[in-house]
Design a protein around this ligand. Structure first.
Ligand SMILES: Cc1ncc(COP(=O)(O)O)c(C=O)c1O
Length: 378
């Protein structure tokens, strides 16, 4: 079968632009400019063991250099408390979500535990939760509509995928359990409001640095028993996490941190500044095209003081949560499909199909074509 998808070059008038996934290829030019400093060499004899060289009795597969760079970057950005937290590494934050649900539900006495998230929620949550058809937990939908008792786990995504909103737990603090998915709590997307201090916080290299292919996520966990259960899940699921990936991730995180702690005199680019400028430019162009079309709307955000940039900053989500305002358009995803732009319908996020989620993180070439197509709508 012919593949009509073009990844950034030679994009024809009719090419299909895939903005359905949040593939963070937008960050590639930064890493190209960094060059060899971010290149990793692992000799044939290195990193062969299942175990790591750290003496962490809970996360026995955690590479110490990766753990150190995670803690260092959080300290520099000041976006999450790490002191006294257990760091658990996983194959993307997708595996971390599975591990967290397993750990929290295992500790609960009554099963299945209801797993909820406020709509619009990250479209993968229902599938992840129900994938194993576990007897321990099951997907119970929109947190706002939950009428059950205290037997729940609330997934709180903040800043939220798909709409970029800052989210707080919706269900009672005293009851149930909460997991904070903080994939987008980084300065390129959102003003930093100080260190988050939740019981379980999930992060991913995919959205922090753009290295989705490295498949690495991590959790900061307060409770030792929960951390131990999460590590047990990863032990039984994949017998740990690639050492090669952890070494690469440590190098990538180190380049970002060094860029702020030891800035080069020649004004070399700094990662969060690069990301924020790029997203600011894309959002400016998208807002203009949307306004001129008169057919759509986008969420609005007020500037807030950013503790990292030390100035007022705008919010630039990794996705545009776009609403088709034209009454004649019933299915916004289908509308965009007709102009060869693949988006993800609101129905996957627990809301109506007048909404679509559009990735803002794709290549420059694909983003340019997308803007051209919106701008040339009648
Ligand atoms: C909110 C949220 N959580 C988790 C993930 C999964 O990330 P990973 O690539 O680390 O599995 C994503 C990816 O898009 C996401 O947007």
């Amino acid at each position: 079968m012919a593949c009509n998808y073009t990844a950034g070059f030679g994009i024809g008038q009719d090419s299909v632009i895939n903005l359905d996934h949040g593939d963070p290829t937008m960050f590639a030019p930064f890493w190209k400019e960094v060059g060899d400093d971010a290149t990793v060499k692992i000799s044939g004899w290195e990193k062969m063991s299942y175990t790591s060289s750290c003496d962490d009795d809970i996360c026995w597969f955690l590479e110490p250099e990766f753990a150190n760079e995670v803690a260092r970057l959080h300290r520099i950005v000041n976006n999450a408390a790490t002191d006294g937290r257990y760091i658990i590494v996983g194959v993307g934050s997708t595996q971390m979500i599975h591990a967290t649900l397993h750990a929290l539900a295992s500790i609960e006495l009554r099963h299945p535990v209801n797993v909820v998230s406020a709509a619009p929620y990250y479209s993968m949550y229902p599938g992840i939760v129900d994938l194993m058809k576990s007897g321990l937990y099951h997907w119970a939908g929109d947190a706002a509509a939950f009428r059950g008792d205290d037997n729940f786990i609330e997934l709180v995504c903040s800043p939220n995928n798909p709409d970029g909103a800052i989210r707080h737990a919706m269900l009672g603090k005293e009851a149930g359990k909460r997991v904070h998915d903080m994939a987008y709590y980084w300065p390129q997307y959102s003003p930093m409001r100080g260190p988050a201090d939740h019981d379980i916080m999930l992060f991913t290299l995919s959205k922090a640095t753009g290295h989705a292919g490295t498949r690495l996520g991590w959790a900061l966990v307060k409770n030792k028993e929960v951390a131990r259960e999460m590590a047990k899940f990863i032990t039984l699921n994949t017998i740990g996490v690639s050492k090669d990936s952890q070494v690469r991730a440590a190098t990538i995180l180190k380049v970002i941190s060094d860029g702020y702690e030891f800035p080069k005199p020649n004004g070399a680019p700094q990662f969060f500044h690069f990301g924020q400028h790029k997203l600011a430019d894309r959002w400016r162009r998208l807002r203009r095209a949307v306004q001129e079309s008169g057919q759509f709307s986008l969420p609005r955000f007020s500037p807030e003081f950013c503790e990292f940039f030390k100035e007022y900053a705008e919010t630039y989500p990794g996705f545009a949560w776009l609403r088709c305002e034209d009454q004649k358009i019933n299915d916004c995803e289908d509308f965009f499909k007709r102009i060869n732009v693949l988006t993800r319908s609101g129905k996957h996020f627990g809301v109506g199909q007048e909404y679509v989620r559009i990735s803002m993180l794709d290549t420059d070439a694909n983003f340019d074509v997308f803007i051209k197509r919106i701008s040339s709508l009648d």
